[in-house]
Write a protein that binds this ligand. Structure first.
Ligand code: SF4
Length: 261
């Protein structure tokens, strides 16, 4: 399987910073699934992970997408602001937004000047000074936890979960809000013992407002085929209602709010 995801990303990202631009994959104007209220959702290009079930594998390569200036994005958000209501705003999703974290901080500052709420949907793989700076201007974090067990995390994403857990710990230390998201994949992330471990790990976090269980689906398979990549979960079906209920029952023992998306 070919993965060109972060080859040469250093230069590309440096160039983006000079240009005050983001490398964007696509935009959803009236999103209702990625954060509170009605939102402008910007899916950025590039990701370090290579999740077995990625529904948008065409976002993984840092070389794809198109450049969009911060001012263009802010203008779009201002135009849509009347529809945001009390809770809506802008969500940056991906791909993985943290690959462009310095630029996102600029963007979030600009959005705040316009009174627009900011949400970051991230895998939490990078936790450094620039990430911490970005988190200061991030009203809500939606942190994707792929697996609490590092071996399984590696199997699912090819990389470790250590930084993701450090990212969560840092966000907790700031006292600012966070949602967790967890994709339930039969045979991969639905093991009862690990759901308990997940709950146990986060049970004392005060910043976590809720956890969303997202049922695995195969809607992105055709994109894997188009890229010429082998889809290893070909024979894995979406979780049954009973399995979703069981996961939800377990997580309710640890989190104040559990939602199945
Ligand atoms: S973190 Fe998200 S965008 Fe990146 S490979 Fe995984 S599912 Fe795809």
């Amino acid at each position: 399987m070919k993965n060109t995801s972060i080859t040469g990303s250093g230069n590309l990202i440096a160039n983006l910073q000079k240009a005050e631009a983001l490398r964007v994959h696509s935009i959803e104007t009236f999103g209702t699934h990625d954060g509170p209220g009605i939102r402008l959702v910007i899916f950025v290009q590039g990701c370090q992970f290579h999740c077995l079930y990625c529904a948008n594998p065409d976002t993984i390569s840092i070389d794809g997408g198109t450049l969009m200036s911060l001012d263009q994005i802010v203008a779009k958000a201002k135009k849509q602001k009347p529809f945001f209501g009390k809770n809506g705003g802008v969500t940056i999703s991906g791909g993985e937004p943290l690959l462009q974290r310095a630029m996102l901080k600029e963007l979030f500052n600009k959005l705040h000047k316009e009174g627009i709420h900011t949400t970051l949907d991230t895998n939490g793989k990078v936790i450094d000074k620039q990430t911490k700076d970005l988190l200061e201007t991030t009203d809500l974090v939606m942190l994707d936890i792929k697996h609490i067990n590092n071996d399984w995390h590696h199997k699912i994403t090819r990389l470790s979960n250590v930084n993701t857990l450090k990212f969560a710990e840092y966000r907790e230390s700031t006292g600012k809000p966070m949602w967790l998201r967890y994709v339930l994949v039969p045979g991969y992330s639905d093991q009862e013992e690990y759901l308990h471990q997940l709950g146990d790990h986060f049970k004392n976090y005060k910043s976590i407002e809720k956890i969303e269980i997202l049922p695995y689906h195969k809607l992105g398979v055709h994109k894997w085929e188009a890229l010429g990549w082998k889809y290893e979960l070909e024979y894995v079906e979406s979780p049954e209602i009973t399995s979703l209920k069981k996961a939800s029952d377990i997580l309710q023992q640890y989190f104040r709010r559990v939602e199945v998306g």
